[in-house]
Design a protein around this ligand. Structure first.
Ligand code: FAD
Length: 566
């Protein structure tokens, strides 16, 4: 039936930390409402972030089962794979964003959204501290506290500068929609600056030197977009452009696009060379000033490169609020919050983490494996029969598809042989074996939890997985004797998260894209570009953005890109 719980905003003024804190609590107090005999209040789920992970969680969650609150400093979802297209006006910024409130409306309302930034998480008292992004209340206060039963941390990551001096002050990043818009204005500004009178050719060249630091997918795609913009559109309106403009990609490793197959890397490097994009591999940037970038290459010493505009794209780092949380729970020194395979942050009751801010930890997998042994040894005898040990090993392999067992140690090999031998003999299945011996042997086995890449694909699949778990949670809790085999108090009763890799693209400009699809299937060229168009159109979160993006592409084909700096 319909829940009697109507969320209210209880405003409690509490003096804490020297300031007035607004306390936002939507859980109903029955003594106030007189609803003692009604159904228990819904559990409160607070979602931090409206990116790929948070939005996918929201879209797949049965929000009628929970009291759902969303906190994010931006009130929209952004389709990040098309951000490089926004930098050159191929696609409009507005076409790749969907208001969160639209997503909430489509879910029948009920979900509450606060445009605010969470600046502290208190896992002990299950509270988060937030600061509104849109001004203050009448008391001049913009901070408020939200409590939770479940917290879904999906805050993503920030750009990583590796503490290189001058990067924050002088480089652009390409992480948010605003970054892409800033880059677009800056590109046009460089061309306008280079067109001013009384400039030497040397100065014009400097203004038109575009440097991209980082040869990963984002840096490479931006370089390709910029090259197309310059050679297809700007060349028609700015005289001498081809002669003066230069694009450089600086990469510390030996190659660009190292996360792709070697064939794609080679093709990309060859294509960039043909296009005149200067790829400098083996160079590490050590300083950025307002005029030049200093880099160091093996055997080349320090080199100063004058530039007009620089984009820093060297991967992701950790947000301060996450660093603080990790320190509180004994995970200090990590890049991302460690979870188990069910995306739970084990140290914190009711907390889940997914997307770029989280990583599935190998240590936690080992703890799970120990738990499987513990459960199998129900009588605590310290021994299991050969048959039971076989089942445990079967479970480990079934539950951890990402885990690859390498039988490295002789010890393990001999135990596995022993199992095989015993199974072959009459009565061998009931032979008792010492668990400790097995656990010791497993320690020598290399359990490789493949580090999942920080991509939208992983984040979206994790969001959908967690929402499915939440949708089933009441069922499972109400039916603890359900069909699942391995159970233990406090243990999650769902299958662990499994990532399904659907392939990845690297647009290389000139209507050519490299595609690496499952099964080691590589396709490079014009055909893959059309595959890219179709997949990215189909993956849009709403029909509005789908139509907008496709019409932007059509506009570009017919009229070219717009070069005004607004
Ligand atoms: P995000 O999508 O970054 O979302 C984080 C959310 O948390 C945001 O809503 C943010 O506003 C919010 N937030 C931040 N701080 C706080 C706070 N303090 N409190 C509350 N909320 C907060 N991946 C692919 O798979 N394919 C691609 O082609 C691809 N291309 C990319 C191109 C670019 C230019 C970029 C930058 C990334 C690309 N990615 C791609 C990677 C992909 O965008 C990320 O892996 C993905 O966004 C991660 O999702 P997320 O939900 O963890 O984080």
């Amino acid at each position: 039936g319909r829940s009697p719980v109507f969320s209210r905003l209880l405003v409690v003024l509490a003096v804490g930390g020297g300031g007035v804190v607004v306390y936002a609590d939507s859980r109903t107090d029955p003594s106030v409402t007189g609803e003692q005999n009604q159904a228990p209040p819904k559990k409160k789920v607070v979602v931090l972030g409206t990116g790929w992970a948070g939005t996918s969680f929201l879209k797949n969650l049965d929000s009628s089962m929970y009291d759902v609150h969303v906190v994010s400093p931006r009130n929209y979802f952004a389709f990040t794979p098309l951000l490089p297209s926004v930098t050159c006006g191929t696609v409009d910024a507005r076409s790749i964003v969907e208001p969160v409130r639209n997503i909430i409306r489509k879910k029948g309302g009920g979900i509450k959204f606060w445009e605010a930034e969470c600046f502290k998480i208190d896992p002990t008292n299950k509270k988060i501290y937030c600061r509104a992004n849109v001004g203050t209340n009448l008391e001049g206060n913009s901070e408020f506290v939200v409590d939770y039963d479940y917290l879904v941390v999906a805050m993503g990551a920030k750009a990583n500068t590796f503490n290189t001096p001058g990067v924050i002050e002088h480089c652009h990043f390409l992480k948010e929609v605003e970054d892409a818009q800033r880059i677009r204005r800056s590109v046009i500004d460089c061309f306008e600056r280079a067109s001013l009178p009384n400039l030497t050719d040397e100065e014009r060249k400097k203004n038109l030197h575009f440097v991209i630091v980082g040869g990963g997918p984002t840096g490479v795609e931006f370089a390709a977009e910029l090259h197309d913009f310059v050679n297809e559109d700007l060349v028609k309106i700015y005289p001498r452009v081809q002669e003066l403009a230069k694009i450089s990609v600086i990469e510390a490793g030996e190659h660009i696009l190292t996360m792709f197959d070697k064939r794609i890397t080679e093709f990309a490097e060859g294509k960039f060379q043909r296009d005149g994009i200067n790829v400098k591999t083996g160079y590490k940037v050590v300083n950025v000033s307002d005029r030049s970038i200093t880099m160091v290459g093996k055997g080349a010493g320090e080199v100063d490169v004058p530039y007009g505009m620089a984009v820093w794209s060297t991967g992701i780092g950790t947000r301060p609020v996450m660093l603080d949380l990790m320190k509180q729970i004994g995970q200090g020194g990590r890049r991302a919050l460690a979870t188990d395979e069910w995306l739970r942050v084990r140290e914190c009751d009711g907390m889940y983490a997914l997307g770029d801010c989280a990583t599935i930890s190998q240590r936690k997998v080992m703890e799970d494996i120990s738990a499987i042994f513990r459960v199998a040894d129900a009588d605590n005898s310290g021994t299991l029969t050969v048959k039971e040990i076989q089942d445990v090993l079967g479970d480990i392999c079934e539950r951890y598809p990402q885990v690859e067992l390498y039988l490295k140690s002789k010890q393990m090999k001999s135990l596995v042989d022993l199992l095989d031998d015993s199974m072959g003999k009459a009565g061998g299945e009931d032979m008792e074996l010492n668990i400790e011996q097995f656990k010791k042997a497993l320690e020598h086995v290399d359990f490789q939890v493949k580090n999942l890449p920080a991509t939208a694909q992983v984040a979206a699949q994790q969001g959908a997985y967690l929402a499915r778990c939440f949708n089933l949670m009441q069922d499972v809790e109400g039916n603890p004797e359900g069909p699942l085999r391995i159970r233990e108090s406090g243990r999650h009763r769902f299958r662990p998260f499994r990532y399904r890799h659907l392939g990845q693209f690297a647009p290389l400009g000139g209507e050519q894209t490299a595609a690496q699809l499952p099964g080691d299937w590589i396709s490079i060229g014009y055909g893959s570009q059309w595959l890219w168009y179709s997949i990215y159109a189909s993956k849009q979160v709403s029909w509005r953005t789908r139509v907008a993006v496709v019409s932007n592409w059509a506009r570009r084909f017919i009229f070219g890109r717009d070069s005004s700096c607004i």
